[in-house]
Design a protein around this ligand. Sequence first.
Ligand SMILES: CC(C)(COP(=O)(O)OP(=O)(O)OC[C@H]1O[C@@H](n2cnc3c(N)ncnc32)[C@H](O)[C@@H]1OP(=O)(O)O)[C@@H](O)C(=O)NCCC(=O)NCCS
Length: 368
Amino acid sequence: MEKKKTIITGKKIQLRRMAEGDLVDKVRWFNNSQVNKSLILHEPINLEDTIMWFKSAKNDPSRRDWIIESRSGLSLGVVGLNNINIVNKSACFYIVIGEPDYWGKGIGTAAARLLIKWAFDTLGLAKVWSTARKTNLSSICLMKKVGFLEEGLLRREECIKGEFLDVVRMGLLQEEFIYKDHQEYAGSSETSLLMGKTVQLRLMRENDLELRVNWFNDPEVSKTLILSEPITLESTSKWYQKAKEDATRLDLMILTLDEIPIGVTGFRKIDRGSKSACAYIVIGAKDYWGKGIMYEALKMLIEYGFNSMNLQKMWGDVRLTNVASIVTLKKLGFHIERTAGEEACSDGGRIEIVRLVLPRDEFKPGPD
Ligand SMILES: CC(C)(COP(=O)(O)OP(=O)(O)OC[C@H]1O[C@@H](n2cnc3c(N)ncnc32)[C@H](O)[C@@H]1OP(=O)(O)O)[C@@H](O)C(=O)NCCC(=O)NCCS
């Protein structure tokens, strides 16, 4: 399926995802002496290295790089997030208007508002932070205009040609965001945190809960689950209020590329000490069973767990009768640790549980 062009549209400007064709402009902008003198990353860059950088950056789930365009399509600069941390729901914000002729016209503020609105509303982040040289008044002023507060001063953080510079650390919590013109934001077609070939994953939201309840209560789905008792919207809402604050959990929705929600996945029992977590997945939309979606979604989740959360081991508990799940987990490198586990189930019977484990070095991502 062809991916939609992802764009965030505002009144004055629009943002679109960075493409390889933008890299010539990016190099020119970052090497412009007027621009470069404000940047914390201040070394000159070249096209060859930038192309190499982009090859990994475009698939890196911890960053999103956008081009700022005039509404007529003229490229003006870059804005984005890096260090996206799904578990902490935070990310680092950056912005560079590469054409100095366009400075001081409110473009930076408009681009920051669009991007940060998308980060909070659509990606579901709770905090955005950034750093700027103490002397970079326009950048600090721009950030304060959208609600950032100074969180600290990093003294003598940089040494440029023998001169030490202080850097200000700025932070913006979701509820502090000052978004003046609501009509400016016309939404974005990009909602996911992790993008795959046929599915994407994003943080679970309150309005996903009804679907989750329907899926979990579907008898065909629930007979594969370890938790097999019927759930209600009320109990699920209570669960969600706790779960979204719970640092030992990460709950994500699985969506098709055209945004149809089809299941849930994530981690529970995230243990930062032993660097381990329990992976779970439920494809609730039965029309999507038998299409390899469990494999693809789990592979994305596991890659995120090992690469971005720095986990060393994952595990999962599955009903012994759930052969499809066991086969898929084994395809990803999981092996059975023990089969003897038994748990009482709601109807008084007992179900047999298999525990499968995956140490980091045994992960077999396979071809895409
Ligand atoms: C920082 C940057 C993104 C600002 O973009 P911009 O489009 O010029 O910003 P805006 O026009 O929206 O202006 C933001 C605010 O900064 C203020 N400002 C600009 N220069 C200033 C200065 N030297 N001192 C104090 N305030 C200043 C503006 O007055 C404006 O506030 P106002 O609307 O209340 O008047 C742009 O200058 C840039 O890309 N610089 C080079 C790269 C950079 O520094 N990036 C940030 C790295 S942390």
